[in-house]
Design a protein around this ligand. Structure first.
Ligand code: DGL
Length: 276
């Protein structure tokens, strides 16, 4: 059985790359729903429908665990899939998201991992994400369950994903600076990059916010979280095959994808097309 990694596009390859680096022996399938990107501009019903199809595809490809690397899908589809779809269709498989692990890494880190910021129960942290993620207020809602005293300040960035996915990184960098200019005055200690596409511009985010603000990037969080999860769930870990095989699927292609995928994953990929 394999580990599935799902994103609305190619941005999740940055997370996949970090996970594969940390756990190279497992077999992986990556799926990017490039046909329906950007999820961030879709309705909750559409996001749920697309995510469910993707999850179903990955389970049919023999995934034991699926990581929904997409924040938008984690915000609007994960819970319903876990509570309604899994128990009736795949009771022995698991689907994990990125939002709770990100918040836990700050305010509830495991004993062996240090929080990326010097935590203070009252700390004020920013999150930048797609329209759908920010409108769902998922980071604020989940934070109240972990730490009722801390604050999340939200910022929506609707234009970034299409620019990154089209490899227009110069324009994307300028857009980051424009978005963050007013946000700098909010006095946050850290900024969560709440979208799989943003870690590729981590440096730009860091420069735009200045040295006092820690940039929290999910490619630095998810590998450790998965290691920890597999340690705690040996019954799942024991089912995973270890042949170091990797497959990469997308639901539509264009001429820029090979370049973008190479930038995200760090090497040329054989992207296969699938209709789901
Ligand atoms: N991958 C999505 C996320 O992490 C953003 C891209 C999109 O809008 O589809 O939020």
């Amino acid at each position: 059985m394999k580990i599935g990694i799902f994103d609305s596009g190619l941005g999740g390859l940055v997370i996949a790359r970090a996970i594969v680096k940390k756990l190279p022996k497992y077999d992986y399938i990556y799926l990017g729903d490039t046909k329906n990107l950007p999820y961030g501009q879709k309705s909750p019903v559409q996001i749920y429908r697309f995510t469910l199809k993707a999850v179903d595809f990955l389970f049919k490809q023999k995934c034991q665990i699926i990581i929904i690397a997409c924040n938008t899908a984690s915000a609007l589809a994960l819970r319903k899939i876990q509570q309604q779809y899994l128990p009736t269709h795949y009771p022995n498989r698991r689907v994990l998201g990125v939002i709770i692990p990100t918040l836990e890494s700050i305010w509830q880190p495991p004993i062996d991992i240090r929080s990326p910021i010097r935590t203070n129960r009252r700390s004020k942290v920013g999150v930048i994400g797609t329209t759908a993620t920010i409108k769902s207020h998922i980071y604020k809602k989940e934070l109240t369950k972990i730490n009722g005293q801390a604050r999340i300040i939200e910022l929506v960035a609707p234009d970034l994903v299409p620019l990154i996915e089209q490899n227009s990184l110069q324009k994307a960098r300028k857009t980051v600076k424009l978005y963050l200019r007013p946000f700098k005055k909010r006095g946050i200690e850290a900024l969560i990059l709440g979208c799989t596409h943003y870690p590729i511009l981590k440096k730009t985010f860091g420069q735009a916010m200045g040295r006092k603000v820690t940039v929290i990037s999910q490619d630095e969080i998810m590998p450790g979280k998965l290691v920890n999860y597999l340690k705690r769930h040996k019954e799942l870990a024991s089912k995973l095959s270890k042949n170091s095989k990797k497959e990469f699927w997308v639901t539509s292609r264009n001429s820029k994808f090979d370049k973008v995928a190479k930038r995200m994953f760090g090497r040329k990929l054989d992207l296969k097309l699938v209709k789901i």
